[in-house]
Design a protein around this ligand. Structure first.
Ligand SMILES: [Zn+2]
Length: 517
């Protein structure tokens, strides 16, 4: 009883889930009215996980996620409020249900970026879960195979009790990870798989085993360009490139959702059949594998091909029954599915997540890729992961190859401590937008002049926001850095209080930003 916070730090195959199942069973046993909330990233909230809870605890948990109907939402809300739902399993907003007697909160995959709410009211569900548990006098367990640096630092400061789980014999273990240096052995022109990886794919197919290729890019090509005039096709009024989707025959903006049928002529110069896709998406990698291994059964697993639970279940079942030889997927494949006959994982472009330069890019890349690599192999059939990179000396890549998670966290910690970045300092982003570039630049000057003086406050910007134009609005960004002991929220509020901006200008503040967009 009473508030207590734990970090459950367990590598793949350590039986982490079984450990928190025990904690849930214990909480329910000690207090016959106790309620338990299990939080998962939205993408991991599958029927399979709900069934696993039902099998273990004898009753279906009450679900809470964006796919529920209004009726289902009302039911979960009511059951939580009346205390009849003993176990609620949901995405981050499940935290705000009116529990009658919440005694334990589990945050699984606590490092996952989807716990940070960025639209409207910004909050981090992991931190909110700890606060809520404190208010309720409940326990909270943060579980991960690759905990966030923030969480590790909190554990080392004694704010959380850290429970380390080692891999158990007979369980899945991490595969051998090998970096493929694309500078030395690149793919052929207009191909994306290196000779080393194509050879491994053929070997795996010949052995009757399954492969997974990971590329976190939907569609066929992330950019469409005119061979005649060089025009790059964008969403009107923005700088966002349109992605070519071959299966649907459309060009789609992944930022705004704007989409058009692929035009037969270039909209800029009118040349016929001159538009071509540049760069790889999962559809294009599938095409390459089809040419390489015509006899292989190939499927794509992305939010385009797995819309809804039935399609997702279908792909998972065909993997389990061995009806797929090569699965090509986006980050949707990183979560939770274990296929016993999957022995090869190929990461097509390990560097893609490192671009954009935000402070967690390396950490996030390490977490995602070690999760993807962890899909390969079981105890009786070891797996391997081939990671294609142009930056094999990057600390995240080296740590991945050496399986040296703690060494990587140490480097990350040293860099951030040196620079005074979170969790050792505080950071806020201020984004302003306006209908025209002139108006937004003028507002940015006014905002800059209105900044209060504050001890230790460092102000960077204004600079164009990474998404410079969004839905017809031009965007600029300030970053504000402060030491840990400064109340940065109060500073930002004081700053905002001084602003008198024309109505079309909008300002939003994000404390401890994650996406930096
Ligand atoms: Zn053209």
């Amino acid at each position: 009883g009473g508030f207590a916070a734990f970090l459950l730090d367990g590598v793949t195959g350590s039986g982490k889930t079984e450990v928190y199942f025990e904690a849930i069973a214990e909480a329910l046993r000690v207090d016959p009215q106790a309620q338990v909330l299990v939080m998962l990233p939205e993408i991991a909230l599958t029927q399979a996980i709900l069934s696993r809870f039902e099998a273990r605890f004898g009753a279906a948990p009450a679900p809470w996620h964006s796919g529920l109907s209004d009726k289902e939402r009302r039911r979960t809300w009511r059951e939580a409020a009346h205390g009849r739902a003993r176990i609620v399993i949901g995405a981050r907003s499940a935290l705000f249900l009116p529990y009658a007697n919440l005694k334990l909160v589990i945050v699984d995959e606590e490092h996952d970026g989807s716990y940070k709410q960025e639209d409207g009211v910004t909050y981090h569900a992991r931190d909110m879960a700890v606060m809520r548990a404190k208010l309720e006098g409940a326990g909270v367990v943060l579980a991960s195979a690759t905990p966030a640096l923030e969480t590790v630092v909190n554990a080392e400061a004694g704010r959380y009790t850290r429970l380390m789980l080692a891999a158990r014999p007979g369980m899945a273990r991490l595969p051998d990870v090998e970096l493929v240096d694309l500078r030395r052995a690149p793919p052929e022109k207009n191909h994306w798989l290196s000779p080393h990886l194509t050879h491994a794919l053929q070997e795996t197919l010949a052995a009757g085993e399954q492969s997974l290729l990971f590329l976190n890019r939907r569609g066929y090509a992330p950019l469409v360009i005119c061979k005649a005039c060089g025009e790059r096709l964008k969403t009107p009024g923005t700088e966002n490139w349109l992605t070519e989707h071959r299966y649907s025959g459309r060009l789609v903006c992944h930022v705004t959702g704007y989409s058009i049928p692929k035009p037969g002529v270039c909209p800029a110069c009118g040349a016929k059949d001159s538009l071509m896709g540049v760069g790889p998406g999962v559809e294009r990698v599938a095409e390459e594998v089809r040419v390489l291994m015509p006899q292989a059964r190939i499927e794509i697993f992305s939010s385009d091909t797995a819309m809804g639970g039935d399609a997702t279940r279908g792909i998972i079942e065909r993997m389990e029954t061995g009806d797929i030889d090569v699965l090509i997927g986006t980050q949707i494949v990183a979560k939770g599915h274990n296929f016993p006959n999957l022995t090869l994982v190929g990461v097509v472009d390990a560097d893609s997540g490192m671009k954009g330069g935000d402070l967690r890019a390396g950490e996030r890349t390490y977490q995602l890729l070690s999760q993807v690599a962890g899909r390969a192999g079981r105890a009786e059939r070891p797996g391997r992961a081939l990671v294609q990179t142009y930056a094999p000396d990057n600390p995240a890549m080296l740590a991945l190859a050496d399986g040296d998670r703690d060494g990587f966290l140490q480097i990350e910690r040293d860099v951030r401590a040196e620079l005074g970045l979170p969790p050792f300092g505080r950071l806020a982003a201020l984004i302003l937008s306006a209908p025209s570039a002139e108006m937004v630049d003028e507002a940015a000057r006014d905002i800059s002049l209105a900044a209060p003086n504050g001890a230790g406050i460092e102000l960077f910007g204004p600079a164009p926001a990474p998404i410079t134009v969004l839905r017809g609005r031009h965007r600029r960004r300030f970053l504000v850095k402060s030491p840990r002991n400064v109340d940065l929220s109060a500073y930002m509020a004081a700053w905002m209080g001084r602003l008198k901006l024309p109505r079309p200008v909008r300002v939003s503040v994000d404390i401890d930003p994650y996406s930096f967009m």
